[in-house]
Design a protein around this ligand. Structure first.
Ligand code: NAD
Length: 277
């Protein structure tokens, strides 16, 4: 079975470099999808309170005979539960749904700067980590200005920032900020959310030359940039295809061809203005 390398975060904990995302998988399909992923060799599962499928993830964990310490579970605080006390309560609710005692990684899902609660929220994350209930604490969709505020007002630098990132929107400046501040980069929407990236002629050409699929080429690109990457699929063949990316390498010409795909355009919302809760 494919063995997935670990990356080390600024808190000393490690995270598998490839995981399985479950955004938009209905609750009643989630256990089967996660079980298929675990059987294929995935160990990191990326869910969120907002995905409304944490129970399905928990059912797959309970049904699996993989030791808990070999699994890596991420969930995210949903936007409506930001604030110190609400965060603590929402965390307990997630843990009950997931059926686990200690969470590997908890993320603030969106900064929502217009509501000005992410600093208080982060203080609750720090408490949960200090209490031993979460190994690593991180954020999602944060921009440098949000990190600067956390640094000025709180104590712990987030271990990771999960952001929209793929060859069409490679986040060059944000990645440089992460590197300068010891924050790991995790890519969401890594294969372009089924919105045309895999059909791009540059990606198709590299895939053909390498004898791999477009999804494998793009996922390999993430690995070679040092990102954690969490593709989603409910199709068992694609779930297996998306993990078979550790036995080939993209060379300089391949990377140059993939760089031409950059359009500078997001597929998802802009974190500075996204206000849904
Ligand atoms: P993705 O880029 O992983 O695309 C998933 C889609 O790609 C699938 O629905 C399917 O249509 C297609 N696909 C999957 N495998 C394929 C293959 N081998 N060949 C062809 N097509 C294939 O998009 P995503 O699900 O949005 O992102 C991945 C994960 O990132 C999510 O499941 C979730 O866990 C996380 N995420 C986080 C945020 C956030 O705000 N933090 C936002 C979106 C997603």
């Amino acid at each position: 079975m494919t063995s997935i390398p670990n990356l080390t975060m600024n808190d000393g904990h490690t995270i598998p470099q490839l995981g399985f995302g479950v955004f938009q998988i209905p609750q009643d399909e989630t256990q089967v999808a996660v079980t298929t992923a675990l059987e294929a060799g995935y160990r990191l599962i990326d869910t969120a309170q907002g995905y409304r499928n944490e129970e399905g993830v928990g059912a797959a964990i309970a049904a699996s005979d993989i030791p808990r310490d070999e699994l890596y579970i991420t969930t995210k605080l949903t936007n409506s539960e930001q604030g110190y006390d609400k965060t603590l309560a929402a965390f307990d609710a997630s843990m009950a749904k997931l059926g686990i005692d200690v969470l590997d990684l908890f993320l603030v899902h969106w900064p929502l700067p217009m509501f000005d609660q992410y600093v208080d929220t982060w203080r609750a994350f720090e408490k949960l980590q200090a209490d031993g209930r979460i190994r690593s604490i991180g954020v999602s969709n944060f921009e440098p200005e949000h990190f600067e505020r956390l640094a000025a007002e709180t104590g712990v630098v987030p271990a990771i920032n999960q952001v929209e990132l793929h060859p069409q929107f490679p986040q060059t400046e944000l990645r440089a900020y992460h590197e300068a501040h010891g924050i790991l980069t995790e890519s969401w929407g890594p294969i372009g959310q089924g919105k045309g990236l895999l059909e791009h002629e540059q990606i198709q050409a590299v895939a053909k030359a390498k004898g791999r699929t477009p999804a494998q080429v793009v996922l390999r690109w993430h690995l070679q940039q040092g990102f954690v990457v969490i593709p989603k699929s409910v199709n068992p063949e694609r779930i297996r295809e998306n993990i078979e990316i550790f036995d080939f390498e993209l060379d300089g010409d391949d990377l140059a061809a993939i760089a031409k795909v950059d359009s500078g355009e997001r597929l998802g919302p802009d974190p500075k203005t996204f206000a849904m809760r």
